[in-house]
Design a protein around this ligand. Structure first.
Ligand code: MN
Ligand code: MN
Length: 473
């Protein structure tokens, strides 16, 4: 009797299994090789601009061309579109007419960080230091960004339009930068009574940049002027040029293996470059799909998908118009409408994995676990599903079938316990265009911190899952 009961349980119940258990040697190797490629990408792609730049290079190496290089588009063509160096779309044109829609995987390549203010540089005479003021971007726990090595990446655009690339802190020979926290000996009163959000305040995120004053009797601000002189010598810029710049402060250093068994990858900005990279690699494997396969990298997800490079813009409409323009001699509004209506999307974004020391925030039955594969998140949002896309059951069924048919392990997740907190992704902006969409990502620990962690097994199944979806008929 007992035996029959357990078979019945196996037959009727759903419990996601662990990829590492019962794994073939071949898949084990594929998982580790894929993770090495990904780690290299993540180390290089430290900003949204660099992510787009790296992706473009990988696309070109694999036969993709910019849409401007095509006279017309036809079946099998591999094409990409870049928007202001910050968002990107890449497609393999399918056998079916474009109006039959695209299979889309959309993710975001911006990540929480510290930006420099427009007038960042100042000197502190008492401390005898020059510092840079920052303004944080996205939802960070500010205390995590102190006492950790930081790099500066970005672009200064001079008045005449000349771009100056700046990238300091990744080469082991480079200097790095740091925000110094208060020592524990003197922190008891000053920080001890502050709440978590204010342990470090926004205005306290000042970056140490120099300490040697300029050797010039006539100069008033000797430390500040020294920094300006160094910048001028190296990059031919003046203080005013920093007002038209985007300089991003991010964790310095490489993506690393985590754990004795090296089963995890730790680094900055898995959220959401892990979904961007896996979707890119998936697209490279596709040659002649039935429907057009399309991946999109958005910018500005972390600040609400605003701006003309974010998902809440007409960038998707622009992608569709531009593809149609090169595909048909004359296309109509109705063609574009049908192309949107018939499209299907996965919103690629990460989910919180169960944190072993803070299990209380999760409903464990509805939380994502490392090693159990892709996470299907039917809805995000907060409270009573406020601001959520909440994918339709019919659509989740389709996605589930695609994964099951391709032996891709998956699990489901809610962001946390009901009423514990909340958040959102780009899903709802694709849904606004009448595209069916559901959130598909992997679990992650330390989200929005300078060092986030994922499982290599989940990473590989995410890649396979995106590939199966992109080429589905
Ligand atoms: Mn995020
Ligand atoms: Mn994200």
């Amino acid at each position: 009797m007992a035996e029959n009961d357990s078979n019945l349980e196996e037959e009727l119940s759903f419990s996601p299994s662990n990829i590492w258990e019962d794994i073939e040697e071949e898949e084990h190797d594929e998982i580790f090789d894929f993770a090495d490629d990904y780690s290299e990408f993540l180390t290089t792609a430290k900003t949204e601009r660099k992510s787009v730049e790296e992706a473009e290079q990988i696309l070109r190496e694999n036969g993709f061309k910019s849409i401007s290089e095509y006279g017309e588009l036809e079946e099998g063509d591999k094409v990409y579109i870049i928007n202001r160096n910050k968002s990107l779309a890449a497609a393999v044109i399918g056998k079916e007419d474009l109006t039959k829609g695209c299979n889309i995987v959309a993710s975001h390549v911006d990540a929480p960080r510290l930006d420099l203010k427009a007038r960042p540089l100042y000197e502190d005479k008492e401390a005898s230091m020059a510092l840079l003021q920052t303004h944080y971007y996205g939802g960070i726990k500010k205390y995590q960004w102190v006492n950790t090595p930081l790099a500066i990446h970005g672009k200064v655009v001079k008045e005449d339009g000349t771009p100056i690339e700046i990238s300091i802190g990744e080469d082991p020979e480079d200097p790095i930068f740091v925000i110094s926290d208060l020592l524990p000996h003197l922190a008891k009163k000053k920080q001890g009574e502050r709440k978590m959000k204010k342990v470090i305040k926004g205005e306290e995120l000042n970056i140490l940049i120099a300490g040697i004053p300029i050797d010039d009797e006539d100069v008033e601000s000797k430390l500040k002027t020294k920094v300006l002189k160094l910048l001028n010598d190296e990059y031919d810029i003046k203080e005013e040029d920093l007002t038209s710049a985007e300089l991003e402060i991010v964790p310095a250093g490489k993506t690393r293996d985590v754990g004795l068994d090296r089963s995890m990858v730790g680094g900055y900005a898995h959220d959401d470059r892990v979904c961007a990279y896996t979707s890119l690699r998936a697209l490279l494997d596709i040659d002649s799909p039935e429907k057009t396969s399309l991946i999109i990298f958005f910018d500005k997800e972390e600040i609400g998908s605003e701006g003309n490079t974010g998902a809440n813009s007409e960038f998707v409409d622009s992608i569709y118009s531009n593809l149609l323009k090169k595909y048909k001699d004359r296309y109509t509004m109705q063609d574009r409408r049908e192309m949107l209506d018939n499209s299907k999307a996965l919103s690629g974004d990460v989910s919180p994995g169960i944190n072993p020391s803070f299990k209380g925030v999760h409903d464990l039955q509805n939380a994502a676990t490392f090693g159990k594969g892709i996470v299907i998140t039917k809805f995000t949002g907060s409270g009573g599903k406020y601001s959520a896309n909440d994918a339709h059951a019919e659509y989740v069924a389709l996605v589930r079938r695609i994964f099951n048919e391709n032996n891709i392990l998956w699990q489901t997740s809610e962001l946390g316990k009901v009423d514990e907190g909340g958040g959102g992704t780009v899903a709802k902006f694709l849904a606004n265009l009448n595209i069916d969409v559901v959130d598909i990502g992997i679990p992650l620990l330390g989200m929005h911190s300078p060092f986030e962690v994922i499982s290599k097994a989940d990473l590989y199944h995410l890649f396979k899952g995106y590939r199966s979806f992109l080429e589905v008929e």
